[in-house]
Design a protein around this ligand. Sequence first.
Ligand code: NAD
Ligand code: WQD
Length: 340
Amino acid sequence: MILVTGGAGYIGSHTVVELQQQGYEVVIVDDLSNSHSNVIDNIEKITGKKPKFACFNLADNARTAAFFAEHTIEAVIHFAAHKYVGESVREPLRYYYNNFLSTLNILQAMQKHGILHFVFSSSCTVYGQAEVLPVTEQSPVKPAECPYGNTKQVIEEILRDICLADAYFQVISLRYFNPIGAHDSALIGELPLGVPQNLVPYITQTAIGIRDSLQVFGDDYNTNDGTCLRDYIHVVDLAKAHVVALDRLLHGKMGNNYETFNIGTGTPTSVLEIVHAFEKVSNKQLPYTIVGRRQGDVEKVWADTTLANTVLGWKAEKNLEEMMRSAWNWELALKEKINL
Ligand code: NAD
Ligand code: WQD
């Protein structure tokens, strides 16, 4: 049985679908602090199989210990975390408490029960503004810009230390770039909390009429059209990377007991290119205005995916049009549900 923490969330739910479709038995632990229980039913609609689900907060040590005592877990894929950059600046203690305690409680329980395989959701945020692009896994990790980013950096260090101390414990940290889009079924997707901070949900909410206009944060960057460059990746491609990582852990393919992989497409795309790709798939003109830069934004970052492609044996397959079309279909499906 594979434990997927945060499996009711955006990336976790897509990963559970891919795991089940590859024949894995999954148990989800999620406290639904940033997700909805109907995600579990929608996973069942896609795969024909309802994943096991336990609803509790992994920052609760006693509850986490009891869960591990009651289940036979082979490996853990750990998504559960608070993830909003701006919120983490306003509420650092809540972020450190949740992200650290949940991770430490899981690792402690794993150690107690001799569970040796762990996949961690890390982020390209660890690179900050890299001097050399694209970034490889060897690129320097920059001081974190926010408490959220800091939790990713410190948890990577904790995992590395545990792997140094225990040669049998095996970890893959996946550094995600910018996941966007939704499952083709439009049954699962991203459910942003309040006003979206991320570009693509803001675009789809604007197009559907929830927001008036997109603000493009800065067009005076040193890039092709002056707007920031990112490496956007389809969430289903990202989900599949977890299945490949899990296979690598479970089938003794690790080169080292602590490994890190960049998970992106390797292609930089500007904010305006995203806007135009959206306009193309939706046949709508998107109202937007150029405003000042957003504090803390890096100018450009994209992945060198050589290691993921050659060593992990995974490659992103979906293009920008597929990402934007699935994001739009998801927004349309959400609207239909609200109108029912
Ligand atoms: P999400 O908020 O949709 O999913 C996280 C899930 O974890 C939610 O369902 C939430 O209810 C649950 N959760 C949070 N704290 C918990 C706790 N203490 N106990 C139990 N459940 C808890 O976020 P996501 O976008 O799917 O991100 C998943 C992971 O990937 C996170 O670790 C995030 O930091 C990381 N990540 C996300 C992005 C991104 O752009 N979405 C990029 C890089 C890394
Ligand atoms: C993308 C681009 C904005 C909104 C964040 C986190 C990072 C990672 C992924 C978790 C930027 C521009 C955005 C808007 C805009 N998450 N933008 N108008 O900032 O690359 O990364 O999510 O680990 O840690 O920082 O993603 O989607 O917020 O922004 O112009 O209303 O879109 O300036 O250039 P970002 P994003």
